[in-house]
Design a protein around this ligand. Sequence first.
Ligand SMILES: [Fe+2]
Ligand SMILES: [Fe+2]
Length: 218
Amino acid sequence: MRVCPKPRGTVPMLRDRLQTLDSEWRQAPRAAEFERLIEERLGANRVRHSISVTKVLHLVAGDLGLDTDSAVSAGLLHDSCKSMKNEAMLDAATRYGIPMNETHWSKPNLLHGHIAAELSRHEWHVADDSVYEAIAWHVTGHPGIGLLGQALFFADFSEPLRDHQESDEALRLYDAHGFLPALRYAASAKLEHLRKKGLLIDPNTEAFCAWLETQDDV
Ligand SMILES: [Fe+2]
Ligand SMILES: [Fe+2]
């Protein structure tokens, strides 16, 4: 993977662009449908977060030359299963044949990305495989995921409604050094947070961080 940093001085700061291009993402063909869908499934705070992720992802996807309509679908639907109860989560994972590791049994909520990816494909008829992959791996990351998945991981971590200061730093790094350094920072800060709190760490989270270090920077 080779991602060029944006030329400094020619592109407005990401945070400014988020304000000035507030609703451009709503032009995506299925934006209204998926916004209604998450309003029915999620609480108000989670809906606000999902829209904020969608705005960041829409802009980053544009910068990286990705399909912005796919970005809007991935952003809006990524947490669509976050409110499911643990038992329903495990039932759905079994039904869809989602491979589970030890951390999933202890903390079924880690499956919410994989289940949302399956529902997106089978129930909501999102045919784009890059959307499926991005949603599936947004919680932990995964070595080798495509650019849309990487961008969703970054947007989910850095969207401005997040109350941790690392979100600001990730946005700053994006503007100062480009996508890959900002994503590396987001992935390692998330891992560090889990370690500090003594929380269960999915092996994919560590593997994703290590993989990002092997990717080409420019
Ligand atoms: Fe999530
Ligand atoms: Fe999220």
